[in-house]
Design a binder for this molecule. Sequence first.
Ligand SMILES: Cc1cc2nc3c(=O)[nH]c(=O)nc-3n(C[C@H](O)[C@H](O)[C@H](O)COP(=O)(O)OP(=O)(O)OC[C@H]3O[C@@H](n4cnc5c(N)ncnc54)[C@H](O)[C@@H]3O)c2cc1C
Length: 426
Amino acid sequence: MGADQEALDVLIVGAGAAGLWCAEVAARGGRDVVVLEKVSRTGTKVLASGGTRCNLTTTLGPSEAARLFGTRGERFLRSGFRNLPPAEVRRRFEGWGVPTEEAPLEKVFPASGNAKDVRDALEAAARGAGARIHLDSGAQSIEREGALWVVRSADGEVRRAAALVLAVGGKSYPKTGTTGDGYAWLRDLKLELVPPVPALVPLTSGEAWVHELTGIAWQGGEARVEDPAGRVLERRQRPLMFTHRGVSGPGAMDLSHHVARGASEGAGFQLRVDFFPGLDREDLRAQLVASAGLPGAPRLQRALGSLTTGPMPRRLFDAVATSAQLQGDIAVNGLDRRSRHALVEAMKGLPVPVDGTVGWDHAEVTAGGLALREVNPRSMAVNQCPGLFVVGELLDLNGPIGGLSFQAAFATAQLAGEALSAAGRA
Ligand SMILES: Cc1cc2nc3c(=O)[nH]c(=O)nc-3n(C[C@H](O)[C@H](O)[C@H](O)COP(=O)(O)OP(=O)(O)OC[C@H]3O[C@@H](n4cnc5c(N)ncnc54)[C@H](O)[C@@H]3O)c2cc1C
């Protein structure tokens, strides 16, 4: 479209999870929708998601799911998740021919186990509703011109639109096309931006003893992240895995945004691992005392193993024992009161120093983005910019692993699509 051509009705930038969903809703609601996508296919991140199985939402109810986004996130997402609950996301996909199934840890996948089915359904639904999608047409700049938004893109076109939806995602996994293009535009519009940091990403540690635990996984623990003053910022009960660089697994990745934010501000954070979250300190002490009273009192590693479903791996036990300043795998009845106390403390909060994350290339999402106070949580309209909407990961929202990121992308896109449909009817 040249400069003298008629303005578009709705222009959506980004054909990912949020952009496609919003396109479908707005087009079905009667708006004339054009979508610009930077790369040569839609939904690249959808295709890569969930190990190419796409954990597309959660089995949690809307309030529980919103709560996982922290206080501000919960307040912001409450109406969106009520408007499009996870169960409705599943129904929508089922209606598009993609039945879903539940998996452990509150996950929902397409029954086919194939992320491509999710991406294809989103694209077909958007196109079927009438949206026109232009691939290899990355937006390069956006600006306001009177009542219109002007978007210049890589296909050489200059498009004007009455309503503009930014759905360009964050800056994690840049090889998928999401290179953080939206942040500069938001800054140019003088909107408040919470500095983006990588999230849902493995953590690094400079401690050799942590690297020596490479390959050890712990299923039933709880990790908590502490700031340099020892304040607990968040806890998460999910599997952990030690790696040659630090700690990974959902338990560590879910907390990674705090560590990334701390590292970006030069603060050293610490994970503490509670290996027995189901037992409080008193229970543990009592169990150790009881084991010590058994005939032929077992050694510590065996005694600790009997408190969980399986034995504690030797290297992990050694790390716990070292932290408690014990002389290796002694018999339980060899523990005096002080060393029993130290052991209980190490089991309920092994300190694991972490100094950062493995970075953007491996981060599933971006934490930070457009400050939520800039956006109307019922419509995703940007308060100071008439006709501008922001949806999906470009917003300062981040939840844990488990289909929550897609749920947030779909719910915010749904609200914007509905607001656009209503404005079209007005
Ligand atoms: C490896 C991996 C696995 C994941 N697994 C899961 C999972 O199982 N469950 C879950 O809930 N979440 C998962 N996520 C996170 C999830 O993919 C994102 O949170 C979600 O895709 C965000 O949706 P979005 O539409 O906001 O952004 P995206 O889906 O990233 O879409 C943004 C789109 O905008 C396009 N774009 C960027 N810049 C421009 C531009 N200048 N002009 C035009 N288009 C542009 C991009 O190419 C992209 O198509 C995973 C992420 C990764 C990287």
